[in-house]
Ligand binder design. Structure first.
Ligand code: C2O
Length: 346
């Protein structure tokens, strides 16, 4: 059976919270509010008659777009903590879905969206609502979240706006990874090897090619292993979730901190605004993979899996994996960029 929507107000202390870390709860506030089902028809109608958000590469954003992005985050950070759209609550939702909340119907089985076939769809919905909240807060329906285009040589540093703007900065980043350092898409915690910048760029292109094209020979290898109601967490990672996804989390977080928080630690990762544009790129790369025309997963337990999120009106909404598949119906698209790694023939 599919994993059903959890009760976000029920959870325990985040797993693997280091002893040194102050104990906190990433439960959502309880508004006693039942979730409404996501209305796909309504969303698609709005998308068809309104503006499609075009998500652009962060390193190519105009100054005006970067300023608008900072303004939107300022508005989000200004919301009171009890508001589920506030910055801290947004970060906590991610923490809750990392084994702090439970699968529906009890408090025995933790829910963990990482390390399984839920990885791509969960983060797509999470970003979708996060972006809509930001757009609503500045009342601008053309607002978009950019993507961190680390699979293109021109995007292989932390984007400057995410260093310059105080709203987009985070104090728990690894100082050695600030621009002009080249991203390390095959980084795994302390296992950095010495490469020249040129070698690192080539290694990054090769990593993306390997993880999105060469290695995943079945949909399960790409998405991650089946994860059904009652199953224990993390049945198996898909190729892209380990690299570049996990690598960039580990690379960006401060190595002096336990678990390299913020970005390196599941409970803290979404406290860094760069988390969201990392995932916008993962979402875009998922679309590139889908464009390859390979077999997808058609198991109903996958397609009927559910999540709940707070939307731009602070309404709790229930969504399914199935409804995540058509981004145009969800009202967004990606700016075309050259995917140089696609042309590698390794
Ligand atoms: Cu939910 Cu990048 O992790």
């Amino acid at each position: 059976a599919p994993i059903l929507a959890p009760n976000l107000t029920l959870c325990h202390t985040p797993l693997s919270l280091p002893d040194e870390e102050e104990v906190f709860s990433c439960c959502a506030p309880d508004f006693g509010q039942p979730a409404v089902d996501f209305n796909m028809t309504e969303a698609a109608m709005a998308a068809a008659t309104g503006k499609i958000r075009v998500r652009r590469a962060a390193h190519n954003m105009s100054d005006a777009d970067a300023a608008r992005l900072a303004r939107a985050y300022a508005a989000m950070r200004a919301l009171p903590v009890g508001d589920p759209r506030s910055y801290d609550q947004q970060a906590n939702i991610h923490c809750a879905y990392c084994s702090a909340c439970y699968q529906m119907g009890g408090i025995s089985t933790p829910l963990q969206v990482h390390g399984s076939w839920l990885f791509f769809a969960f983060h797509r919905w999470y970003i979708y609502f996060h972006e809509r909240i930001l757009a609503k807060l500045i009342d601008d329906d053309t607002f978009y979240l950019p993507f961190w285009n680390y699979d293109h040589p021109d995007g292989m540093t932390v984007p400057y706006s995410y260093v310059q703007s105080s709203e987009l900065r985070d104090d728990n980043r690894e100082p050695a990874c600030l621009p002009p350092a080249t991203v390390f898409t095959d980084f795994y915690y302390y296992n950095a090897t010495l490469r020249t910048e040129f070698e690192q760029i080539q290694a990054n292109l090769a990593t993306i090619y390997r993880q999105f094209v060469a290695a995943p020979d079945t949909p399960y290898r790409f998405y991650g292993q089946p994860y059904r109601a009652g199953d224990g967490p993390q049945p198996g990672y898909g190729t892209a979730e380990t690299q570049p996804h996990n690598s960039l989390h580990g690379w960006t977080g401060n190595q002096k901190n336990l678990l390299a928080k913020d970005m390196g630690a599941l409970y803290a990762a979404a406290r860094d605004p760069i988390f969201y544009i990392h995932h916008v790129n993962i979402d875009r790369l998922w679309e590139v993979w889908r464009g390859l025309g390979r077999d997808d997963i058609d198991d109903p337990d996958y397609l009927d899996s559910e999540f709940v999120f707070y939307d731009e009106n602070a309404q709790l909404v229930k969504v399914t994996v199935r409804d995540s598949y058509d981004t145009l119906k969800l009202g967004y698209a990606y700016e075309w960029v050259e995917n140089q790694w696609l042309d590698l023939n390794l």
